[in-house]
Ligand binder design. Structure first.
Ligand code: FES
Length: 136
């Protein structure tokens, strides 16, 4: 609908039409996939982790694949920008509101779409931590 389209911020439209960090990381250190049970949209996030000079684990690489609506794609793109080069502790604190704010807001009816991005990132970090424990 034309009215719905007009509710998207410039930032959402930019990230939807030119998503950042879209694609796959081969041999990722962590992968998280979540789905929205209401609309059926899916999001997958891949992580590469390395240690910085202080010995903290940082997200050195991050990519996403999303089968979903414009908001799901824009929030995927934005969360990869927000999480890149952050420590895992910092990345875990990124909320759906942080993502929506960085996109200058989402239409109220689309706010739930930002859940996917923060949940997929959390799932990827958890998967990395589980892999670490399993490989000890
Ligand atoms: Fe499904 Fe937006 S409508 S994530």
């Amino acid at each position: 609908m034309a009215n719905d389209f007009m509710q998207y911020s410039k930032e959402v439209l930019e990230h939807f039409t030119n998503p950042h960090n879209q694609g796959v990381i081969e041999n990722p250190d962590g992968v998280g996939m979540v789905g929205n049970p209401v609309c059926g949209d899916l999001m997958k996030i891949y992580l590469k982790i390395k240690k910085n000079k202080k010995g903290e684990e940082i997200i050195s690489g991050i990519k996403f694949e999303t089968l979903g609506c414009a908001s799901a794609i824009a929030t995927s793109s934005m969360i990869t920008d927000l999480a890149k080069n952050k420590t895992l502790e910092e990345a875990k604190k990124i909320t759906r509101n942080d993502v929506a704010d960085a996109l200058n807001g989402l239409p109220p009816i689309k706010l739930h779409c930002s859940n996917l991005a923060s949940e997929a990132l959390e799932a990827a970090i958890n998967n990395y931590n589980e892999n670490k424990i399993a490989n000890k």
